[in-house]
Design a protein around this ligand. Sequence first.
Ligand code: HXC
Length: 295
Amino acid sequence: MSIESPFKSNILDNQVALVTGGSSGIGLEICRQLGKHGCSVAMMGRRAEILTLAEKMLTDEGIRALSVQGDVRKPEDCIRAIKSTVEKFGGLNCLINGAAGNFLCAAENLSPNGFKTVLDIDTQGTFNMCRSAFSELRKSSNANIINITATFHYAAMWYQLHVCTAKAAIDALTRSLALEWGEYGIRVNGIAPGPIADTAGFSKLGGSLMDTDSSNNPLLETIPLKRIGTKWDIAMSVLYLCSSAGQNITGTILVNDGGNWLHKPQILDRETVQSFSRSIEKKSRQEGIATKSKL
Ligand code: HXC
C-alpha cells in the first residue's frame, strides 16, 4: 500500500526517464512514482510479457509509459532502448539503472560463469546504459543518472561475494562518472537500499523465510529504525534526487536502509553500561588518588 507522496505532483513535468529493471519490484514502483510526478517513463527489461503488463498497469493509472524489451548486457539493446525512448518522448533526462541479478551462493561453490553473470548484469550493464545514454543526457539541461546498488560491500556479506564485487564497482563507477560528467550538466548518484519487502531480492536472500509482520522477526533486530523498507521508500529517494531539490548533489550514494548496515550486536544493555561505566571511572579515580599519595 502506497502512502501519499510528500512531493508536489508536477515536480518532474516535462522530464523523461528510462528505468532498467523497471517492469517489476523496486523498478516498477520507481516508474510509477516518477509518472505520478509528471515524468514520462520508459521501462527496460528482459521479460516481454511482464513488460507488457507493467506498461498497461501504468498507462491505466494515467502515466505516459513505454516498455522496451532488452538485456543490459548487450550494448546494442541499450542503444535501442535509448533510441525508442527518445523517439516516443522526445528526449531523455534521467537514467535509472535498476537491473540486477542475484542468488545466494557460497564462494567455493560459485562458478566462474556465475560470478561473471552477476558482474555482467550489474556492473557492465550499468556502464553499457550510461555510455549509451550519454549523448542524449548531454543535450538535456537537467540530466541525472541514478545507480541502484546495495550496502553489502561496505563490510562483507555471507554468500554474496559476486554481488558485493559488482555493487562496489558500480559505486566506483558512480563517483568517477560524477567527476567526469559534471561539466556536461549530468549528475550521477547512487541509492543503496537495505532489505525491501515484497521484492525478488528480499525473497532470494531469505527474507521470505521470515514473518515480516512479527515483532520477533530476527531481521528487525538488525535494523535500528525497526522497520523493513518499502519500494515506496526507494522511489521517494529517486524523486528527491531527480527533482530540483537534488540539483547540487552528485557522486553520492544515498543509503536507504533504516540504518541496517550500521548494525552491531548490542553486547551490553543500557542499564549495565550506566552502572558499569560509572564504577570503572570511580575505581580508576580512587586508584589515581592512591598512586598520587604514594608519590
Ligand atoms: C549458484 C547459480 C545460481 C545459484 C545461477 N547460477 N543461479 N550458481 N547458485 N542459485 C549460475 C549458473 O549455474 C550459471 O553458471 C550462471 O550463474 C548463469 O546462470 P544463468 O541462469 O544461465 O543466467 P541468466 O539466465 O542470465 O540469469 C541470471 C541470474 C538470474 C542472475 C542467474 O537469477 C536472473 O536473471 N536474475 C534477475 C532477477 C534477479 O535476480 N533479481 C534480484 C535482484 S536483487 P554455470 O557455471 O553453471 O554456467 C538484488 C538485490 C541486491 O540485486 C542486494 C539488495 C540489498
